[in-house]
Structure formats: structure tokens, C-alpha cells
Ligand binder design. Structure first.
Ligand code: NAP
Length: 285
């Protein structure tokens, strides 16, 4: 069993699906005396309060950071990067700082360059969530039995690593460690590429055919319902790896196209059979 850590004040910057879920989970487990949320819109802060994710909310990040013992950056990736120098200037030295951004190398690099070493920073990526966004989609149980990838580096303070691991464990997640660059390479293939594909597939459907929508189109484009700004930020912060994954994908698509042009039924069947086996392995994992 883990010792319960009670924070006097926690600040969550960005109280959408992930940030609000963290607040709800912390309140459910009674892990904080006070949780302050930061967002740009009053409506978001109101909704986060109604969900029970935060005790109070503000649009002023500087005020929110004052005296926080735990600071969680849960806005889109570019906003996380912009918040780092603000945390450095207005956060309490010694505070634990983590983020939940879907890309890690750029965020970790910026945090290591811009945060005073007394801040206990380590990057995180909870593998939980969906195409939904906003605090209304939040859940206190979102992280239960999920994986949270933490991305410490050789510069990471040992205490930061331990405390943030403890934090995610208390929320029900199983923590895995990965270097930031490896994280971005892996997630470009298993998460970022599928989102880019879903957006491109949805965009390619001629308007006049949409009334005939099939279940297969719904299944394959579900994640194109994700927030466009969030995915813009992910694409521009993991460019190299996403381009590599897209190029590999284009090769497979090209070979399927060629097999169709050549009426190569054996080639097509072989490719689809291999792909089906991979899909079946995903179901089991
Ligand atoms: P979301 O539901 O769209 O929420 C984003 C939140 O950030 C909103 O509260 C928004 O406030 C706030 N925000 C945006 N710009 C801001 C700024 N400049 N300053 C302060 N707050 C700002 O997004 P989400 O799904 O929770 O994703 C949040 C982060 O988690 C992203 O970095 C994403 O990559 C990562 N992540 C997402 C998932 C997922 O499945 N969704 C999974 C793992 C990690 P307003 O509403 O007032 O604009």
C-alpha cells in the first residue's frame, strides 16, 4: 500500500478532459486540500467546478500558481510550453511540476532549460482519454488501470521522479518510464499517425456521400472528432517522427494501390492477412 500524500494546494493549468479528470480523481481520493484550475474561458472553469474537479478557478495563471505544492500542466502542448517560464517566475520554488502533454521531447527540453533546478519537474503522458474534450467529459476513474508514461532524463531530480510516480499511482495508473525521444518516436506510430489518418480520411469523403455513412467510416474516423487545436500542437511538436511514420504508411498504401492497379489478388490478400493478424494482436494486448 502507498502512503497517501495530502497536498495543501494543487494548481491544474488546463481543466479540460485530462486536467478535470485529475482534479476529480484527486478529490475522490482526498489527495488535496485545495485545487485551483486555470483556463481561458469562464465557461470551462464553471464546468470544471460543477464537475467537482476544482475548488476554484481563475484565468490568471500567475495568481493560481502562488503557493501551489503540485503544479500540473494539462493544456494543449504549445500552451504547456508557454506556461513553463510563467511557472518558473511565479511558482513556489520546490514545487512538484509535471505535465500531461502527448509529446514529450520538446516539453521536457523546455522545462529543463527554463525551470530553476529547485522545481521538482518530470514529464508525464497518461495513456487515457478519448476524442472528447472539455471538463464535462472528465471522470474520476479515467486513470484507473491505465498506463502513465513518465519521461525522466539523466537531469531529472530523483525525488521528482519518485513523487510524480507516487502521484500517478495514487490515481490508479501503472507507471512506465521512457526517455522523451523514444516516447515521441513510439507515439508518432501508435497514436499520432492514426489521428492524422483519421482526419485525412474524414476530409477525403465527398460531401454528397455523407448521408450514406457506414459503421466502417464511423469506426475509422472516430478520433477525427478530437480537438483540432490539440492535434495541431502535437503535429508541430513531433514533426520529424510523424513525418517518418507518415512516409512508412505511404509506402504501405502505395503497395496496396499498386496491387489493385495490377489486379494482384495474391498480393492484396497477403497484405490484408498480415494486417488482420496485427489487428488481432491489438485486441489481445
Ligand atoms: P481539452 O479537453 O481540450 O482541454 C484543454 C484545456 O486547456 C481547457 O481547459 C482549455 O481551456 C485549456 N487551455 C487551452 N489553452 C490554454 C492556455 N493558453 N492557458 C491555460 N489553459 C489553456 O484537452 P485534453 O484532452 O484535456 O488535453 C490536455 C492535454 O493532455 C494536451 O496536452 C493533450 O496532448 C494531453 N493528452 C490528451 C489526451 C486525450 O485523450 N485527450 C490523452 C493524454 C494526454 P479553455 O476551455 O478555457 O480554452
Amino acid at each position: 500500500m502507498f502512503r497517501k500524500e495530502l497536498f495543501r494546494k494543487v494548481t491544474i493549468v488546463g481543466v479540460g478532459l485530462i486536467g478535470a479528470s485529475i482534479g476529480m480523481a484527486m478529490r475522490k481520493k482526498n489527495l488535496a486540500k485545495e485545487i485551483v484550475g486555470v483556463a481561458r474561458k469562464d465557461a470551462t472553469l464553471e464546468a470544471a467546478k460543477e464537475q467537482g474537479a476544482i475548488h476554484s478557478g481563475t484565468k490568471n495563471i500567475k495568481d493560481a500558481l502562488k503557493d501551489a505544492e503540485l503544479i500540473i500542466l494539462a493544456a494543449p502542448v504549445n500552451a504547456i510550453i508557454e506556461a513553463i517560464p510563467v511557472v518558473n517566475a511565479h511558482g513556489k520554488r520546490g514545487a512538484i511540476v509535471t505535465d500531461v502533454g502527448s509529446t514529450k521531447a520538446l516539453i521536457v527540453d523546455q522545462a529543463q532549460k527554463n525551470l530553476h533546478p529547485s522545481f521538482l519537474f518530470v514529464g508525464s503522458h497518461p495513456i487515457a482519454g478519448s476524442e472528447k474534450s472539455g471538463p464535462q467529459a472528465g471522470s474520476a476513474d479515467l486513470f484507473v488501470n491505465t498506463t502513465c508514461v513518465m519521461t525522466p532524463t539523466e537531469k531529472t531530480n530523483r525525488l521528482a521522479k519518485e513523487k510524480v510516480k507516487h502521484f500517478w499511482t495514487q490515481l490508479g495508473a501503472h507507471v512506465k518510464f521512457m526517455p522523451p525521444a523514444e516516447h515521441d518516436e513510439v507515439f508518432a506510430c501508435i497514436s499520432h499517425l492514426p489521428h492524422v489518418m483519421a482526419y485525412s480520411l474524414a476530409k477525403s469523403i465527398p460531401e454528397q456521400y455523407l448521408s450514406y455513412t457506414t459503421q466502417s467510416l464511423r469506426d475509422t474516423t472516430r478520433i477525427a472528432g478530437s480537438d483540432p487545436k490539440m492535434w495541431n500542437d502535437i503535429c508541430v511538436s513531433n514533426t520529424k517522427n510523424i513525418l517518418k511514420a507518415l512516409d512508412e504508411y505511404a509506402k504501405v498504401l502505395g503497395s496496396i494501390r499498386k496491387a489493385i492497379v495490377d489486379a494482384d489478388q495474391q498480393g492484396l490478400t497477403d497484405t490484408f492477412t498480415q494486417a488482420k493478424a496485427i489487428r488481432e494482436r491489438l485486441e489481445k494486448s
